[in-house]
Write a protein that binds this ligand. Structure first.
Ligand code: NAD
Length: 499
């Protein structure tokens, strides 16, 4: 049966009124499992109006009282964890075990944001001038919006919402129309945890809903995560409309393999980081860069062996290493990239095209593909594939390996595997990329550090979670005060200076 999903407004699930719907698929079977309403401008504006009203009271709560809501939310999600992970897996296609990880990495940012009483403390200077004190406050922005991608339907909405709410803002989430159920489940739990109705809202939709959020003057800030062309569009439109914006885009993450690295560890790391979640992660490793022909030959042989044992299966199969891609279009795109790699002359060592899973013949499954002897100018190296395709680009030496991620247009994550501390340190300092792993293949920083890519992987000045998120979701006000006993008689006509 095809169910009808809703929006979440004023603390309740609300049916769409636009009459326009999107299809939500079960990627395991290729069948439509739900219809999601796509909000029009009027519906989206109404949600902003409700959020604006709700924010006034929420923003007046003490930070500690707001933090308690987040702490209760954590407990409620814990109780519902299994159901949420199952629903996530069934719409996205990642395995249930991986769906637990998606949720968990989101909850870790909620835990961080619950420290808001400490994190948002202002600064104070006593006696900055005679009898004059100065202090700064961090105040909420008002109503802020998050526009999020399909590939982490729990984690990224929570990365955006938790710090925004903790800082006293109301939040309008526009999740991906491909897997919108989990954000709706989280919205209900926020209300159960004591969040006043209207403070956290979900507007489902496509371009019309997004454009309304980007242009409505009542939205103070936009947090976006998705592909680079849309990130750039959202950033330029939001900032042109006077909003604060942080927009994170696509990626092409390299892993440098030095000749001294432990190749068994490297192979484990590459298999997990390249093929986990069917490669649909912005921090997936899609390019391996072995240094020297000997390293490359040995690595490709090991990868080929390990890939033969990989199990691609339905997302609820506990033995599956990874599940289907999110959509038929994603599957076609991956197949086209594999074909383009062959056309451009790369060596296709393992061909994952045409993979079928018995009993799920119509599912969106792609098997793992491995290319060797990829060159930097090939499309499979230049562009983000977002599928289970790993490319090996052989580098003659360390300097050549360092140049590949540094000169790439994306700059999200990068890793180096080596036993040599000098090389690792040099690499960490010189590589032109936002997040670096040393013997860590997917260096997603922990919740209390900042997350963000460079170059065309990130637009805006402040990063996600960590201290930057508190800065992004607050504005500082600086108060200079003096009491009557400190006031000198007479008017001052020159600018006051400290003597
Ligand atoms: P996407 O760009 O297609 O969609 C992201 C959001 O933008 C969705 O909510 C979607 O509804 C909306 N959107 C899509 N087209 C739009 C348009 N023309 N106008 C206005 N809004 C539009 O991205 P996706 O396919 O959902 O997600 C995958 C992408 O996200 C990959 O490129 C991946 O690398 C990237 N990603 C980046 C990070 C990061 O932190 N850098 C994290 C996760 C995913």
């Amino acid at each position: 049966m095809v169910s009808e999903l809703t929006h979440f407004v004023q603390g309740e699930k609300v049916h769409g009124r636009s009459g326009v719907f999107g299809d939500v698929y079960d990627p395991n079977t290729g069948r439509v499992q739900a219809r999601v309403p796509l909000a029009d401008r009027t519906e989206t504006e109404q949600i902003i109006t409700d959020a604006e009203r709700a924010q006034v009271e929420w923003g007046s709560w003490s930070p500690q009282r707001r933090a308690r809501v987040l702490l209760r939310f954590l407990q409620l999600v814990e109780d519902e964890r299994a159901n949420i992970a199952k629903a996530l897996s069934a719409e996205h296609g990642k395995t249930v075990a991986d769906a637990h990880g998606d949720l968990q990495r989101g909850l870790e940012v909620v835990e961080f944001a619950a420290g808001v009483p400490h994190l948002s403390k202002g600064e104070f200077t006593d006696n900055a001038g005679t009898g004059i004190d100065v202090h700064s406050l961090r105040q909420p922005l008002g109503v802020v919006a998050g526009i999020t991608p399909f590939n982490f339907p729990a984690m990224i909405p929570l990365w955006k919402a938790a710090p925004a709410l903790a800082c006293g803002n109301a939040f309008v989430l526009k999740p991906s129309e491909r897997d919108p159920s989990v954000p709706l489940m989280l919205a209900e739990l926020f209300v159960e945890a004591g969040l006043p109705p209207g403070v956290f809202n979900v507007v489902n939709g496509g371009k019309e809903a997004v454009d309304t959020l980007l242009t409505d003057p009542r939205i103070a800030a936009i947090g976006f995560v998705g592909s680079t062309p849309i990130a750039q569009y959202v950033y330029s439109t939001a900032t042109a409309h006077g909003k604060r914006a942080q927009c994170f885009g696509g990626a092409k993450n390299h892993m440098i393999v030095m000749p001294d690295a432990d190749l068994d560890q490297v192979t484990d790391a590459l298999i997990g980081a390249g093929y986990g979640s069917a490669g649909e992660r912005c921090m997936a490793v899609s390019v391996a860069v072995p240094v020297g022909e000997e390293t490359a030959d040995a690595l490709v042989a090991k990868l080929k062996d390990r890939i033969a044992g990989l199990r691609v299966g339905a997302s609820d199969d506990p033995d599956a290493d990874f599940g289907p891609l999110v959509s038929r279009e994603a599957l076609q795109r991956v197949d086209e990239y594999v074909a383009s790699g062959v056309e451009e002359g790369a060596d296709l060592v393992v061909d994952g095209r045409g993979h079928t899973v018995p009993g799920h013949e119509e599912g969106f499954f792609a098997g793992p593909s491995l290319f060797d002897r990829v060159t930097p100018d090939m499309r499979i190296h230049r562009e983000e594939i977002f599928g289970p395709v790993l490319s090996v680009v052989r580098a003659a030496d360390y300097e050549e390996a360092l140049r590949l991620p540094s000169e790439h247009e994306y700059g999200n994550g990068v890793a180096i595997f080596t036993r040599d501390g000098d090389t690792a340190r040099d690499f960490s300092h010189r590589v032109n990329t936002g997040m670096v792993g040393v013997n860590v293949p997917i260096p997603v920083p922990i919740a209390y550090h900042n997350f963000g890519g460079w170059k065309r992987s990130g637009f805006g000045d402040l990063n996600q979670h960590g201290p930057d998120s508190i800065r992004f979701y607050t504005r500082t006000k600086t108060v200079t005060s003096r009491w009557p006993s400190g006031v000198k008689e007479g008017a001052e006509f020159t600018i006051p200076v400290v003597r």
